[in-house]
Design a protein around this ligand. Sequence first.
Ligand code: P1T
Length: 398
Amino acid sequence: MSNKHFATRAIHAGQEPDPTTGAIMTPVYQTSTYVQTSPGRYIDNFDYSRSANPTRTALEANLASLEGGKHGICFASGVASLAACIHLLSAGDHVLLCDDVYGGTFRMFNNVFEQLGINFTRVDMTNAALTRAAFTGKTRLVWLETPTNPMLKIVDIAMVTALAREKGALSVVDNTFATPYLQNPLALGADIVSHSCTKYLGGHSDLVSGALIVNDDDLAARLHYIQNAVGAVPAPWDCFLLLRSTKTLHVRMERHCANAKRIADYLADHSRVERVFYPGRSDHPQHAIAAQQMSDFGGMITMTLKGGLAESRTFLESLRLFSLAESLGGVESLIEHPAIMTHASVDADAREALGITDGLVRLSVGIEDADDLLGDLDQALSAIRTATPPAYKMAARS
Ligand code: P1T
């Protein structure tokens, strides 16, 4: 299957028709345990569903194939995947963390693992010199997202993973925003690819799950050990839903990208919009790296509205098709306010430094009709105009 194109692997990798019934879909093996014919003698190598489950095994093979990796290891959430990577470390070890990451990723390093003696430093990984200088003698792991959440910065994966290798550290790339359809970090030197499958891989906003994909056999064995020993595994039903979803990933991503491109250009020209961050636009600071390491630019757009919280609230409350909600990557369009929602656990100074201001909103562009989405954004941006008094009136009142 590894010599087949992405669309074929998406539909077939890891899955054979059920040998007993011919069912084309891998069944939901809704079982916690498996009968043994004699102590330690298994019918098909399965003994207990925390260790392995056939529906999960099929999903793990499918995701590994999509990332061009050898091993997939699935978890109950994206943050459980992250935690499994940190369980590779010991107290006293140091982690280099990309400065702009999902708020829950930062929270786990800051509020959970630092207490256990695993220290970390945040660094702007779009800057090679700063990144090189941030390694310490104890740096054992480098964690990055690209595009980053929520500022959509693009990190040069080959550059950072080469630095990590030179310094003897493992590199992990959280590929949630790009998906394996647009970007394959293992091919660019990453040791581990991490996913929140809750997002584009699931694609329908109906499950929470995570995955790690690796090539190295020893690393895979250690992560499988942690998966079983720590135990945050996904349920068979969620694995089934994910297997169904990855079959359409390539088709969904094409529409996400096409819709986002049109919307980013529309927003960039709008008088109520201060700035648009979209890696597919030539005004994005790392557009050239994005064009090099991604096959297209994804469905996420971040923008700063002119004004502040009042303008953001008016805009977000006025939308009818875009739903105000955390998460991303579903077929339906979502929008959120990072400072109050997904990145509330990031300290205010860091938020400010990154540009996560009260005017910043993040769009997850769905696969609805682009004209309808543009119409919705247009009417909500107009609502700001009518709801917010002009500056001279505000001044007159005070
Ligand atoms: O929610 P969970 O499946 O545990 O995934 C965590 C996670 C990991 N990595 C990235 C890049 C993410 O964006 C997330 C979750 N993010 C959101 C819920 C959000 O709205 O940004």
